[in-house]
Design a protein around this ligand. Sequence first.
Ligand code: T4K
Length: 366
Amino acid sequence: MSDKIFVTRSSIPELTEYIEEITSIFDSHFLTNMGPKHDKLQKGLCEYLKSDNISLFSNGHMALELCLQALNLKGEVITTPFTFASTTHAIVRCGLTPIFCDIDPVTYTIDASKIEALITDKTSAIVPVHVYGNLCDTQEIDRIAKKHNLKVIYDAAHAFGVEKDGVGVGTFGDASMFSFHATKVFNTIEGGAVTYTDKAIGEKLHRLKNFGILDQETVCDVGANAKMNEFQAAMGICNLRHIDEDIAKRKEIVELYRKRLGATDGIVLCSEQSGVKPNYAYFPVVIDETKLGKSRDDIFEALAKENIYARKYFYPLVQDYDCYKNLYDSSLTPTAQYVAKRILTLPLYSELPLETVNIICDIILK
Ligand code: T4K
C-alpha cells in the first residue's frame, strides 16, 4: 500500500459541521466545567445508550478510576488480564488488589464460571471487560455478585452502542465505563463516561471529577479533575449524528473479512453473540500456527511489509507488564495466555475501503 493503513482511523465530522457546533462556544467563552455542549451531549448519549444515568469525563480511564473510588471499594477486585493497561491500572491506583480470572475461549471476556473460586473475604467487586464489544456473561456475573454482595463495574470501553435483547449494555451491573477516545467507535477526541444505576453514585461522580467540590465553600471528597470540556463535547455531538452510518460501514467491512477469512483452518474469528446488537468495534483473529503453518507474528510482519499495521491487542497480558510481573504469574490464566500469544486485530474503521480489506485478506491468505 502506498499510504499507511493503521488498525483504526478516527471518525471525524466535516470541518464545517464542527465549526458550526463550536461557534457558540466562541460567542459565550464558556469552555469547560459542565457547560451547554456537555449537557446537550449527555442528553443525546442517555438516549443513544438507552441509559437513564450518565456522567461524562475527560477520558475513559479517569471515568473508570473515579467510578471505583465513588463505590468506596476495599481489598480485592476480580478482573480479566486480557485487556488494555487502563483496566488494571485503575484498580491499582485506587489502592485495590487485582485478582486475575481466566477468560472464556470463545468471547475472550472474563470466564464467569471461574469467578467464584477466586472470591475471598477481601473481595469487594468484579471488573469485567466487554472486550472488542463482546458481551460478558452478564447474567451469571450478576448472580455471583448478588450471592456474594459484590459490586460489578463493567469496563465497556469497547462496547459503545452494544445492546442485549434491546437493552443498552451500560445498564448492566452497578456501573459501566465507556471510552470516547479517538480510536473508538464513537469519539469525543479524548473522553469517556460512566453509566450507573444508583443516583447517589452519580452525585459522587459529579463531585469527584471536579476536585470533590460540593459548592463554593464545601469540598467533601478527595477528587481529581476529569471534566469533559466543551470542544470535546462538540465533537461528540457531531459524531453522534453520524454514528449509525459509521457502524453500518463497519458492519460491511466485518462481513467482508468474515467472508474472506471465515473458512480458513487456523484463523479463528469471534462469533456473533445471540441477541446481541454488535458495534463492530474491532476485528480480532486468533492465529493457530499448527493449522495455518504461519504464526500471528509472521502475519503481523507480512502485513507491516505492505504498510498495513495491525495490532496485537491485547499482548502482552497485564500480568506480564514490567510493573506487575513480579507480583503475578500469567500461566495461572492459561486461556488468556493462549489467546494473547495468537491474537491480531486487523484494521477496521468506517472509511476503510473494501478494496483494502481484500488486499489485507489476500496477504493473510497467501
Ligand atoms: N479500557 C479498555 C478496555 C481500553 O481499551 C481503553 C482504551 C481504556 C480502558 C481507557 O480508555 P481511554 O482512557 O483511552 O479513553 C489505543 C487508545 O489510546 C486507547 O484509548 C485504547 N483503549 C487502546 C485499545 O488503543 P494505543 O496505544 O494502541 O494507541 P495508538 O496511539 O497506537 O493508536 C492506534 C491507532 O489509532 C494509530 O495507529 C492510528 C489511529 N489513531 C490514533 C490516534 C491517537 C487515529 O486515527 N487517531 C488518533 O488520534 O491505545
